[in-house]
Design a protein around this ligand. Structure first.
Ligand SMILES: [Zn+2]
Length: 378
């Protein structure tokens, strides 16, 4: 079976686990054959590796390696697009897409979003400025997110001017035309809070989008610093815009497409094409259900770069699989925030030992079980 043909939340664990493992094993073999740097990393970190018998046995890369190296499994002439992480601190990740992987990402993103948005493309209000997507060959994470999600909408309207101020004329025109029906509103969490909701509140403005659906993503760190949690975020959105359907989603630029959307009960859900594991820092063993640790994200989509199994720099906790009160299948979880620096101690040495450009002779020091390269972001 090809998972790509399946519904995002329809498979039970007994069916999904085996099918996903097979696809991920095939991807490991594919990247080993087509990405010399990946093959070298495998040899250093997983010298005994043959075929993984469980998802937990699959080799993983630290997501940070994509900041340091251009890891790709396609020849340069097949590169269709390169995605960059936001890179506000240090070097951004570089994710190399060929036409095939880019097409799969778009196709799967649409599949994952359909249960939440419906099959019709909705008029779309984007809580960002047009400049974010101007350079179409060199996307930032924000630009990539907007570009990816814009497939889901039509009659796109940017809510902000290029100086991040409210474009109230555009917003009110959009609402006059479409506001009484279903609309899609998308933005990064902090942009929505700071540059939309706060900017409106400062001027005493409100909107009426009773059938609107807000999708937002991008992490809570900045909002937690100003003591805004998910519940107060949602309450504020409803108060100022009338929207009650509000979904956070989680994903990395390193794994565009198979993203994790928050259900009505506040849990992020794994779609059929992806999986999530939690590993305990230190032992790096898979943590028990309900125990916090570092999130490892698995995706069956990445074919042009070895990103199918990545240890993130985020902490999370998995609550269950297939039995969320919302009725959707798949694992459901929370993201707890960024990995603390202390948990990532010793990672830089491991990087040097395991990095493709280093002439490491001893693989033993870079065994991931002992000190994986899980650096917290500065
Ligand atoms: Zn749920």
């Amino acid at each position: 079976m090809s998972l790509f043909n399946e519904l995002p939340y329809g498979l039970s664990a007994s069916v999904k686990t085996e099918a996903l493992l097979q696809e991920l094993n095939e991807l490991t073999a594919h990247h080993r054959a087509h990405c010399p740097d990946f093959a070298r990393l495998l040899q250093l970190q997983w010298p005994q590796l043959t075929v993984a018998k469980s998802v937990a046995e699959l080799p993983w890369l630290n997501v940070r390696l994509f900041k340091q190296f251009q890891l790709q499994s396609v020849p340069p002439e097949q590169v269709f697009k390169t995605l960059y992480s936001s890179g506000t601190t240090g070097t951004p990740s570089r994710i190399v897409l060929d036409a095939e992987t880019a097409a799969i990402q778009s196709r799967i993103l649409v599949k994952v979003m359909q249960p939440w948005l419906g099959k019709q493309r909705l008029p779309m209000l984007i809580i960002d400025c047009p400049a974010t997507v101007k350079d179409r060959t060199h996307f930032s994470a924000r630009g990539a997110g907007i570009q990816g999600l814009s497939f889901m909408g039509r009659q796109h309207c940017y809510a902000l001017n290029d100086d991040m101020s409210l474009n109230w004329t555009a917003i009110t025109e959009f609402c006059q035309q479409h506001g009484s029906g279903p609309v899609l509103v998308f933005g990064f969490t902090f942009m929505v809070w700071q540059h939309w909701l706060n900017a409106m509140a400062e001027r005493g403005l409100t909107l009426d989008l009773p059938q609107g659906i807000l999708l937002h993503s991008g992490g809570w760190k900045k909002l937690e610093q100003i003591a805004v949690d998910n519940a107060s975020f949602k309450a504020r959105v409803t108060e100022l815009t009338g929207m009650a359907r509000i979904h956070n989603f989680y994903g990395m630029v390193e794994q565009v497409g198979a993203i994790f959307v928050e259900c009505e009960y506040g849990y992020l859900h794994c779609p059929s094409y992806a999986d999530v594991l939690v590993r305990t820092p230190g032992s790096w063993q898979v943590a028990a259900m309900g125990e916090g640790g570092v999130l490892q994200l698995l995706s069956s989509l990445p074919k042009s770069y070895p990103g199918h199994s990545l240890l993130s720099e985020d902490r999370g906790i998995i609550y269950g699989e297939d039995d969320c009160a919302c009725g959707r299948h798949g694992k459901y979880f929370h993201v707890l925030g960024r990995l603390a620096k202390a948990e990532a101690r010793g990672c830089s040495d491991t990087f040097k030992a395991a990095s493709p450009s280093a002439t490491a002779t001893s693989g033993a020091e870079s065994m991931p079980q002992e000190s994986p390269s899980t650096g917290g972001r500065a």
